[in-house]
Design a protein around this ligand. Sequence first.
Ligand SMILES: [Zn+2]
Length: 237
Amino acid sequence: MTCKVKGILLRTGQTVHEECALTILTERRGCITVFARNNRKKSSSWDQFYYGEWVLYETGGGNFLLNSFSVEEPFHALKENLENTFLAGYFAQIALYFGKGEPQEAGVLLPLLLNALYLLGRGKPPRLVKSVFELKTMQLMGYCPTLKSCGHPGGFFSLEDGGILCDDCAVCAKTVPVTASVTTALAYILNHPPARAFSFSVPQLELVRLSRLTEEYLLYHLEIKAPALEMWKTICE
Ligand SMILES: [Zn+2]
């Protein structure tokens, strides 16, 4: 049976039979592995982040064989700058993490990932793109922070449930500092769909705080190894 899916290439590997194993994030089917013969295309010709239409043959065993691919967006701009290369790699690692469990659920991340990669390539502040991608991913995958106040004015963000805590309540919780403008940015991201969640600005110092907070929240909840994030930090911090 043949089918057509829109999706982005996240990872390329080799099988023992010298075929390419392509991991593709699609909207309807989540993360799928597609096998491609090597006779015409070498694995090196498959660039990470190629987005387009994949025509697949689905075997009875639930495997996908590649029939043809037409590229719609190669995201070449991401490879022109090391910072963007690392951040895009980090986003791919997060999407692959969610693609492992219930692979179909990861499909909701596709529009978010496409927006994030497009904006990185267009020169949007990388930290802003990173923060929105991290927080929106957590929200879409069922880890939405509550932003609920403990009832007293406070400057701490609880990593457990994403509530806002005062000094006293923060004593017994794992927290990161939060300011009023970071809280406003968090609420903005949570209240807008992926296409609009990136359309805000905060001063640089607040952006650094926001980026640290969304990262710590994500790493607190996910058992994820993110070497690309560490690489990004070596050039940005
Ligand atoms: Zn309190």
